[in-house]
Design a protein around this ligand. Sequence first.
Ligand code: FAD
Length: 441
Amino acid sequence: MAAIFKCKSVIGGSGLNLRFFSTSKQRLSQSYKIVVVGGGAGGCSVAAKFSSLLPKNHVAIVEPSDIHFYQPMWTMVGGGMKKLEQSGRPMGEVLPKNARWIKERASQFFPEENRLVTASGEEINYDYLVIAMGLQLDYNKIKGLPEAFNTPGVCSNYSTLYVGKTLESLKNFKEGNAIFTFPNTPVKCAGAPQKAMYISEQYLVKHNKRDKANVMFNTSLGVIFGVKKYADALEKVVKERNIAVNFQHELVEVKPDTKEAVFRLLDDPAGTTKTFKYEMLHVTPPMSSPAVLRANKQLTNKAGYVEVDRSTLQHVRFPNIFGIGDCTSLPTSKTAAAVAGQNKIVFDNLRLLMDGKKLSQKYDGYTSCPLVTGYSKCILAEFDYDGKPLETLPINQAKERMTSFFMKKELMPQLYWKLMLNGWWNGPSTIRKILHLGTGH
Ligand code: FAD
């Protein structure tokens, strides 16, 4: 027997149907003006902007998690400067009240039919879609790693499950190699693997264990950082602190029984591996766009990322779809700071599209990475698509500074929870223009 509930309302002349069809055979179906998939940094901030513009429940957010995490804080959690609990808030408290929260996982997209299906089989129709699903962590792609996490000394700031083990590993550190890895895939916050290392190294200094530790950064990359200005500064830091940097080293296996980590040497065509003993192993896992997205070739590029225009953030094949954040093809460093620079572009351009106007707002690739180098110092990298520094403060931000550290530790979390998630923070471009007397540089 069919039960149909239908309610109709009108926004600015355009009709909106919220329909709930339910039968024993039929699927449940709902329709919204805007559907946002993912309620993380990007999804929550964009949904907040639109739900203050549109009537109640005209925006829906599809998000399965109970807790919203401010992930940048995990660097501090790993170093014992913050507690994990401080990095999370109930999802229901951060998502905009004016929007409907569909506590579900999106499992299939049908962009030609303006609909998606959730894991429970619910059908969700939309006029406009914003995809903000972040990245998935592929720890299981490294042989032996899932098991190794159950043994001492193996940790990762990238997951709530293992971030607590970073401090534990430092506390238990006796002597040997402290190895920090960087995978052979794009990652969120490309500076975070190094931050874990610098803080750990300073922990060992503070606790008189540094002379017993051989600290090393084994990275799949061929450079320490992608922007020369900051790479130069970081090279100085590793040299001064006697940290070994091994380029083109990709972690492929962990052997917890013998406490060994196996690395493929990427610059060797024969695929030779090299094995290192570890006392502590901090793993940054390979990452990819969520499997649900990768499965949909219409939405994604060859690498599996939502294929959007790098300036307008509009999907290249489906004009009523926009993408924001880590899951997109945008060729910039994947950070919450980048998301802040993107959310107003999505908001403005989607509004223009809804009004039948030409999209005029352009994203410049702004991203930022506070490269914490210890318990009171930080290099504050900010740059655009071309790797050109876009520093907010009229000082040399490549220098290790206490002010940058304070901003990272205390100011940025407040900015995130209080302003960004409510749709009120669009990145520092206005502040930068004022501080640089209108030049924007
Ligand atoms: P997320 O915030 O990850 O949100 C994605 C959301 O999508 C999640 O809530 C998830 O549950 C949801 N989702 C996934 N699959 C589905 C599905 N099938 N259906 C529905 N919903 C789904 N950034 C900085 O700016 N500065 C830093 O210092 C910094 N440091 C970092 C340190 C660490 C250790 C980590 C892990 C990250 C750091 N970042 C930093 C990066 C930053 O957290 C991310 O870039 C940012 O959260 C990306 O936002 P997003 O909305 O794209 O993805």
